[in-house]
Design a protein around this ligand. Structure first.
Ligand SMILES: Cc1ncc(COP(=O)(O)O)c(C=O)c1O
Length: 401
């Protein structure tokens, strides 16, 4: 209704319509190639289709919000193998929940974790800048004030949460943090994670760790905040994961963005509360999807092949781009974050001269006191096969000269 002050009116448009508006009226200078969207184009494993088909009759049933024991056990097994956690440390019955793609749950978790007031003030939700855009919508929906904390090359793209004013931390309800980071590919080490968890416990906020790129890495497997928790003195409650919830997804690990399947795990008391909310207002994951997802979490071979393909494409990028445009090998994830001086101008040029769509970094970030930390960059998604990736990067480099 005209004149009304809607909760989300401060949100900018999603980066992709913004990019379309930027390029409108500019014909592509070659066969169009989309390197803007982080949608994996790799094949997904055949067994996923077989499992879906085998359980198709269960589309006729409502799935429980907690999923199936088979799904939760598969997730618990993967967490143990991938992060070297002792068996049984994550209780599948209370500390793991399936999610309908992590995006919906990254959104709704802030609603459940944010009180109406914290220490007598409006709560704050903190996130890196640039960031996955859902976090900002979640902060506004929760009635919190979003704060965007710069992640720049000077701090290895890891925001300095510890350096924030005490009064801001005192009213913080949620910190979103992504490692490996989209868009920069930065990975937080155990020391950084432990300091962030300690900060969460000191100030009583929930650390929401977006780890959806954890299985896509270049040289070393990125650690999880769950591992960091176990390397710290246990809190008084006895729950080693207090104040921490991690999110993982099959969208990237198994190239299944359309399956809409992930999970979250962590702080026991919170997970029980979150389950209660989801039971009323959350989307369940269909039973055939849970069966296919369990098979995917139980299998590491396809994930290793998937990772190797991304590594080969980073090799291609290194060969084609060399030390131009601030190229560096991202430690995790599948994006290049290239310093081109003016990301919007470069994105337009790459489209006009080479027909390649890339995302201006500015659209993933907010203006702050120190400017927009994404403005100088473009984000390039290495989601196609090797030949298309080489072709796209060659056209990009030629366009920028
Ligand atoms: C950083 C980050 N978090 C979360 C998501 C959501 O993934 P999904 O909802 O497919 O699990 C994405 C997807 O692009 C992402 O880049």
């Amino acid at each position: 209704m005209a004149g009304a002050d809607y909760r989300f009116s401060a949100l900018p448009e999603s980066p992709f319509p913004r990019l379309n508006a930027l390029l409108e009226g500019t014909p592509p200078g070659g066969e169009p190639l989309m390197m803007s969207l982080g949608e994996p184009q790799h094949p997904f494993p055949d067994f996923v289709t077989k499992e879906l088909m085998a359980h198709a009759k269960d589309f006729g049933r409502y799935p429980p919000i907690i999923g199936t024991a088979g799904f939760r056990d598969a997730v618990a097994g993967w967490l143990m193998r991938r992060f070297d956690l002792p068996l049984g440390v994550v209780d599948p019955d209370t500390q793991i929940l399936p999610v309908n793609g992590t995006r919906e749950a990254l959104f709704s978790i802030a609603l459940v974790a944010t009180p109406k007031e914290k220490n007598g003030k409006q709560p704050a939700v903190l996130m890196p800048n640039p960031f996955y855009q859902c976090y900002a919508a979640a902060a506004l929906a929760a009635g919190a004030e979003p704060h965007y904390i710069s992640a720049r090359p000077e701090n290895a793209f890891l925001p300095d949460f510890e350096g924030l004013p005490g009064d801001l931390l005192a009213r913080t309800s949620v910190v979103y943090f992504c490692s490996p980071a989209n868009p920069q590919g930065a990975v937080a080490d155990m020391d950084y994670l432990k300091r962030l968890i300690a900060l969460a416990r000191e100030h009583g906020f929930l650390l929401v760790m977006d780890e959806c790129y954890a299985d896509i890495y270049d040289r070393e497997a990125p650690p999880s905040a769950l591992q960091a928790c176990l390397d710290m003195p246990p809190p008084k409650s006895g729950d080693p994961f207090e104040n921490v919830v991690v999110f993982h997804s099959l969208s990237k690990r198994s190239s299944l963005p359309g399956l809409r399947s992930g999970f979250c795990a962590g702080d026991k008391a919170f997970m029980i509360r979150y389950r209660g909310f989801r039971n009323i207002g959350g989307p369940q994951t269909p039973l055939p999807v849970l069966a296919a997802s369990a098979a995917a979490w139980n299998d590491d071979e396809h994930a290793a092949e998937n990772r190797a393909l991304y590594q080969r494409k980073i090799d291609i990028a290194q060969r084609v781009l060399g030390n131009r445009f601030g190229f560096y090998r991202p430690a995790g994830g599948f994006f290049l974050w290239l310093d081109v001086g003016d990301g919007e101008k470069a994105a337009k040029e790459i489209w006009a001269k080479g027909g390649v769509k890339v995302l201006p970094g500015k659209y993933l970030a907010r203006d702050g006191k120190d400017g927009n930390p994404g403005a100088a960059y473009i984000r390039v998604a290495l989601v196609h096969d090797e030949a298309a990736t080489e072709e796209g990067l060659t056209r990009l480099a030629d366009a920028l000269g």
